[in-house]
Design a protein around this ligand. Structure first.
Ligand code: HSE
Length: 440
């Protein structure tokens, strides 16, 4: 049988990795897929560079629409990124009857509903394993491997840049801004790293996993998103002393009232495997009612790890493209007519435990006032840590840090208590609040 023909839009790091892996492993991939898979056409604005990367026998053009218009192309890989032209081209490829493989989490988290509906109406597949956690086959695991389960929660380190930054801050006792510069110099963080450090990239990925886990539409606009820019080396150190590491987690959880969907720094017990995921690596924990806790670990970005996911999608499509569309795996794991309308909960209704750090005047009665406010709010304290003033502020300091770990309480209650504590004249700086996840 003649090879299935693929057109590639955007010849960057992942595109060239996809060429390399397809060429290197073509025999095995063919034995798995049942027929050869060939990228025969590439569109990139830098035609000369793309030609040198693609090699002989590949047609390279600067117009993506020429790829979409080519009747010989069966599958279009979109590696342009973003919600702009990428969205238009994906919708045009679908309208032209092409199957689509994309690594574009931003596009799917924001416009997934429209894109999946268009694909279903046209009877084509949109595959996106590379959009979440790079080379880790987490979409496959959630959508197929765990299909027997009622999934209870997912918690993941799904942004390598921020995990690298947090690891370096902890290892070397450095502040955020210093490590960010190092991450940029090493090529981990983008020149504009906003999406990474503000938690947006992780929230795109968490949104997609949430939809697949619970059979709800993608709803990025309802996700709570908080990045790591305000974290200080002191909090990482105090957390360590209390037996925790700070990780940027993407969390989605089923509760009786609705679905939690949130990205924020979290204290995680050091004894959990996921707390020991360091550097630019990714890891995703999934809790299912039948299987219990599972953990998936690997490279969340990079040329060949991401190509590994792109090619897995090419193989899936090659195997399934002649199947009746009704017999294919649904885009969001659940049949489109069986989606749930469970609401995404506002952050004020989320229940979690907390780490609080208060810079306080070293005076009589401050601790009693602070704990009194928490007691009155019905918030139970789990642990308290206070250092001598000299240790925190140097010889003769008149202030110190008070660290409090709480048991679970609803966020709205904590917000009210924080406002009261912040108003005390003996609380000298904005209070640091970091949520805590036991992941038991
Ligand atoms: N910028 C992402 C990260 C990689 O740092 O993990 C691609 O999603």
């Amino acid at each position: 049988m003649k090879p299935i023909q693929v057109g590639l839009l955007g010849m960057g790091v992942v595109g060239s990795g996809t060429f390399n892996v397809l060429r290197r492993n073509q025999e095995e991939i063919k034995r798995r897929a049942g027929r050869g898979i060939e990228i025969t056409m590439v569109a990139d604005l830098d035609v000369a560079r793309a030609k040198s990367l693609a090699g002989d026998g590949v047609k390279v053009v600067n117009d993506a629409r020429a790829v979409i218009a080519n009747p010989d192309i069966d599958i279009v890989i979109e590696l342009i990124g973003g919600y702009g032209i990428a969205k238009t081209l994906v919708l045009e490829a679908i309208a032209a009857g092409k199957h689509v493989v994309t690594a574009n989490k931003a596009l799917l988290a924001v416009h997934g509903t429209e894109i999946f509906a268009a694909a279903s109406a046209k009877g084509v597949m949109v595959a996106f394993e590379a959009a979440v956690a790079g080379g880790i086959p987490i979409i496959k695991a959630l959508r197929e491997g765990l299909t027997a389960n009622s999934i209870q929660w997912i918690a993941g380190i799904i942004n390598g840049t921020t995990n690298f930054i947090l690891s370096e801050m902890r290892d070397k006792g450095l502040d955020f801004a210093v490590v960010l510069k190092q991450a940029q110099a090493l090529g981990y963080a983008e020149a504009d790293p906003t999406f990474d450090i503000e938690g947006v990239d992780a929230a795109h990925k968490a949104t997609i996993m949430s939809a697949i886990a619970f059979g709800i539409p993608v709803q990025f606009d309802k996700a709570y998103v908080e990045g790591i820019t305000k974290l200080g080396a002191a909090d990482i150190k105090y957390a360590e002393q209390l037996g925790y590491r700070i990780k940027l987690l993407g969390i989605t959880k089923r509760t009786p009232a609705g679905i939690e969907l949130r990205v924020h720094p979290s204290l995680v017990p050091t004894k959990r495997l996921i707390a020991n995921v360091e550097g630019a690596m990714n890891a995703v924990m999934v809790q299912g009612d039948a299987v219990g806790t599972t953990l998936y670990y690997g490279k969340g970005a990079g040329s060949e790890p991401t190509a590994s996911a792109v090619i897995a999608d090419l193989v899936d499509i090659t195997r399934l493209h002649t199947a009746d569309p009704l017999n294919r795996v649904p885009h969001l794991a659940f049949q489109p007519n069986a989606m749930s309308d469970l609401p995404i909960l506002p952050m004020s209704e989320v229940v979690t435990s907390y780490y609080l750090r208060l810079r306080i005047a070293d005076e009589t009665g401050v601790l009693a006032k602070v704990t009194g406010i928490l007691a009155e709010a019905g918030i139970s304290i789990d642990a308290v840590l206070q250092r001598e003033a000299d240790e925190v502020g140097g010889e003769g300091a008149t202030f110190t840090d008070l660290i409090i770990l709480t048991h679970d309480c609803v966020e709205a209650k904590m917000n009210a208590a924080l406002a009261q504590m912040q108003a005390l004249p003996t609380v000298l700086e904005p209070i640091t609040r970091i949520r805590k996840e036991e992941l038991a």
